[in-house]
Each structure stands twice: as structure tokens, then as C-alpha cells.
Design a protein around this ligand. Sequence first.
Ligand SMILES: Cc1cc2nc3c(=O)[nH]c(=O)nc-3n(C[C@H](O)[C@H](O)[C@H](O)COP(=O)(O)O)c2cc1C
Length: 159
Amino acid sequence: MEIYYYSFTGISKKLAESLSKFLNVKPKEIKTSSKPYFFWLLLSFIPYLPFKAYFEKPSSSTLVLCFPKWTFNCPPVTYFLKEITCENLFMIITYGGWGEKRYADFYRKLALKKIKKVEVFLVKKRKVLENITEVIEEIINWLNPCISSFGPQKIKKLR
Ligand SMILES: Cc1cc2nc3c(=O)[nH]c(=O)nc-3n(C[C@H](O)[C@H](O)[C@H](O)COP(=O)(O)O)c2cc1C
């Protein structure tokens, strides 16, 4: 299993890093060129639009992907999904507080065009900031049945 993340303001990064610690893996960043907020805001209104991103090529069949909810589209993440292949994808989306279910549905359908099994977990930004331990616990419980069926993945005790 590999954990990837794209993060603009650090929330998805914080989550990916904490989760990685518990799963004993190194998080891999999806990087893109530095652009201001209004540039991304504008692009986020265009569904399916990819924007060139850089990342280590995945080598596992199971990936976890943490990224933010951006209006209708997060272009570096859309680019990542266009480029990669895997068998199982667990998407963790952090959001501010609105429109997250439609967005999750959009990305799930997009990923299902090429990936066999896709699951989505939504996390409110405020919860990551206020109680990350509880969020990690919930994510581990969500991932756990799938992880154990994928081999001897060692899950550390949360406390
Ligand atoms: C361009 C842009 C668009 C956003 N659009 C939404 C939105 O439509 N709904 C929402 O709940 N949050 C929205 N947010 C807030 C982010 O989803 C939220 O702050 C997220 O946790 C940030 O993750 P990050 O720190 O990993 O970038 C938006 C943020 C940005 C930068």
C-alpha cells in the first residue's frame, strides 16, 4: 500500500502524514507548480480539467489518496488520476464544509472508469485540526477490513 497526497494549505498533508505513521509507510506528495489561490479557484470550476503534477510512480496495487475538496475539480489530483493505474483506491477528501458529497461522488465515478475498487472517506477540515486522533481512528477502522485482506500490513496501535 502507498499513501499519496496533494495539499494546498496543509490539511490533507497533515492527515496523510499522521495516517502514514500508523501504517508504517512513507507518504508521497503530488507536487505541482506554485500558483496563487485565485488561479486554483478559477480552475476548480472546470470539471475534468487536469493540471500537470509531479509524483513518484506508484508501485502498489492499493493506493490511499488524500486531497482537498475544491469547488468541482482539483486539477493536480485529476492529472494524477489520469496518469496512474492501480486496483484499489481509497480516497480521503478533506473539505471546509459544503458540497462534499457531490464532489466525492464525482471523483469516485471518475476513478471507477479505470480502477476496479474505489472507496471515499470525507473529513471536515475542522475535525482534522481539533481531533486528529479520532479522525485517524475512524480512517483505520474504515481501511482495516480492506488492508488485512491485502496481506501482512502492520497497523500500529493508536494509543
Ligand atoms: C480553490 C479552493 C476551493 C475550495 N472549495 C471548497 C468547496 O467547494 N467546499 C468546501 O467545503 N471547501 C472548499 N475549499 C476548502 C478546502 O477543501 C479545505 O480547506 C481543505 O481541507 C484544504 O485542504 P488542504 O489544506 O490539504 O489544501 C476550497 C479550497 C480551495 C483552495
